[in-house]
Every structure is written in structure tokens, then in C-alpha cells.
Design a protein. Structure first.
Length: 316
């Protein structure tokens, strides 16, 4: 598995045939925390990259000026400052057209959330409806939090890592309180929440499904990987999300196929293989059943917004 961070100047590995380039987080040294923050200029030209790419890290973006569009996975969002966006590890995104965005970014890996693991779930939920339009009051509040994060990151005073973790946690919580965010906890039932080991299993399942390597896995295979029975996994996931794990696996499979069709030049046969289908014809029927479109028609529709499907390697 590729490392999520690199030292300054280390290039990203060249992508495989048809893959989207993967950017890793550049940190100051081997003992530096997996966190970076700054303006678009400070983070560097890749922060405004106009070619599809993905990250090993989370990206919180406070856009204060600019125009054009921010394409995240399969959705083209207009840049309308001020706004806040969450980009998750593995999501394919790029900036398109107009005047490049201005503002601040906070970049961090899963490891940086160790003190507040619940923030992972909040970030995943926030990412489903980004960007968040900010009124003047919320723009000032979010801007102040970003300013504190950037100051701690630049000064690196004693205890700065703890301060960064705490400030980031507050930023995530404040983002979850933005107008309209309270109802965005997708997929949750009204029953009891999972607790203890059950909650940990449900969270581990969610992270497992989010990885591209799990495409095509069955509930039993996931349960074996997590060291529980299929029945226990089903109960834990249903309690935590209100939905069966089999349905979540199907949706993750469709999502991965859509990513590959929209952002790579892999053939439909190759996309089928990478999402766990040995028979391209069956993959086509599966894809049409779940999306209402054939793989070819889906690619044709989305390729109009992605003129360059292959990206050169670059630094995190």
C-alpha cells in the first residue's frame, strides 16, 4: 500500500495504465505530523490543478474568491465564493475554467484524526453535499478558524501538533453546524445507534468499502477480513447506518465503476475487471440496472466535461 505522505521533492509514482494520478501529502520531515495548511499560493500549484487527480488525504477548502468550477467525482460545482468544500481521500477532482480559486486549505490524513475518530464520519457526511455556501457571519467564523490553523502550522511553537488537532476538530464541528448540514447524515435509520465493538466494526466496514481494493467483495469476504461473522457484520452495519451491508457494497461498486469510466481511458472490459466482474456483458447489465445508463453512454455524457483524462505525475 502506498504511503500517504512524502518528504518535500519526492514525486508521486507514475499512475498505471488508465489510472488517475495519486497525490500524497507533502510534510516537512519524517517526524512531522501528517498535516499541512496554507493559502493556495503557499500549498503550491497542485492546489489549483486543472487535471483529474486524487489524494491520500482529506482536503478542507475555504474559497474566498475566484470563478469557474470545481469538479468532484461526477459533479461539476460552480465556484461561488465564499464557500467551504470537503474532498475525501480517493475522490477524483480538479478545478476547471474561470479565475483560479483563492482562499485557504487544510490537508491531513486519517492518522491525524486519531484524537477524534468520529470526525471521519462527519467529514464523509459533509462531503456528500459540498460545497457549502457561506453567509457573511459563517464566512467570518470559518475564516477565523482557518487563520488560527494556518498560524499554528506556520509558527510550529511548542505543543503546536496538539493545538492543530484541537483546532481541526473545532473546524469540523463548526462545519457540521452550517445551515442545512444537520440533516445530511445520510443512510441513518431511526433505530438505536451502534456502540462499542459493534460501532467499531461498522466504521471499519465503511472504511473498507471506501477503498478501491474492496470492489466486488461479498459481505462474507468483508466479514472474514474484519474477523466477525456475516450475521454480526450485518447487524452492526444496519444499526449504524439503517442499511444492509450488501446494498452499501453494491453502491460502492457502482461508484468505483463511475469513477473509472468518467476519469480514465480504461476500456469497459477493463473497468468491469477492476470492479470485480469477469463478464463484461454482466457488468453492463448490472451498471444499467443501477444507474439507468449503459457504461458507454455514461462515459460519453461525462467525457464532455473532462477533456484530459490522463494526468502527469506530480507531488502531493
Amino acid at each position: 500500500m502506498r504511503s500517504t505522505t512524502v518528504l518535500p521533492g519526492v514525486p508521486s509514482p507514475p499512475p498505471g495504465a488508465g489510472d488517475v494520478v495519486l497525490h500524497r501529502l507533502e510534510v516537512a520531515g519524517p517526524d512531522a505530523p501528517p498535516f499541512a495548511a496554507g493559502s493556495f499560493e503557499e500549498v503550491g500549484p497542485l492546489s489549483r490543478w486543472d487535471r483529474p487527480h486524487r489524494h491520500t488525504f482529506y482536503e478542507l477548502v475555504h474559497v474566498t474568491a475566484g470563478s469557474g468550477a470545481h469538479v468532484v467525482d461526477l459533479v461539476r460545482w460552480p465556484v461561488r465564493p465564499p464557500q467551504l468544500t470537503v474532498v475525501l481521500p480517493g475522490q477524483v477532482h480538479h478545478w476547471e475554467g474561470g479565475r483560479g480559486p483563492e482562499g485557504s486549505l487544510a490537508l491531513f490524513t486519517d492518522d491525524f484524526l486519531v484524537d477524534h475518530p468520529g470526525d471521519r464520519e462527519v467529514l464523509r457526511e459533509l462531503a456528500t453535499r459540498c460545497p457549502f455556501a457561506l453567509d457573511a457571519e459563517h464566512d467570518r467564523a470559518i475564516g477565523c478558524l482557518f487563520a488560527e490553523l494556518l498560524a499554528e502550522h506556520r509558527q510550529r511553537a511548542a505543543g503546536h501538533e496538539s493545538a492543530l488537532r484541537s483546532l481541526l476538530h473545532v473546524l469540523v464541528l463548526r462545519a457540521a453546524r452550517l445551515p442545512g448540514a444537520a440533516g445530511r447524515r445520510t443512510g441513518r435509520g431511526n433505530g438505536p445507534r451502534a456502540q462499542g465493538r459493534s460501532a467499531a466494526v461498522a466504521e471499519a466496514f465503511t472504511e473498507l468499502v471506501a477503498g478501491s481494493g474492496a470492489a466486488g467483495w461479498s459481505v462474507r469476504q468483508c466479514a472474514d477480513r474484519l474477523g466477525v461473522t456475516p450475521g454480526y457484520l450485518t447487524q452492526a452495519v444496519r444499526t449504524a447506518t439503517g442499511r444492509p451491508p450488501g446494498r452499501l457494497l453494491i453502491e460502492a461498486r457502482v461508484y468505483r465503476a463511475q469513477q473509472l469510466l468518467a476519469h480514465t481511458r480504461l476500456s469497459v472490459r477493463q473497468v468491469a475487471a477492476r470492479t470485480g466482474f469477469s463478464d463484461p456483458a454482466y457488468f453492463g447489465r448490472f451498471f444499467r440496472r443501477e444507474t439507468g445508463s449503459s457504461p458507454g453512454a455514461f462515459r460519453k455524457h461525462h467525457s464532455r466535461h473532462h477533456q484530459s483524462l490522463e494526468a502527469p505525475s506530480g507531488r502531493a
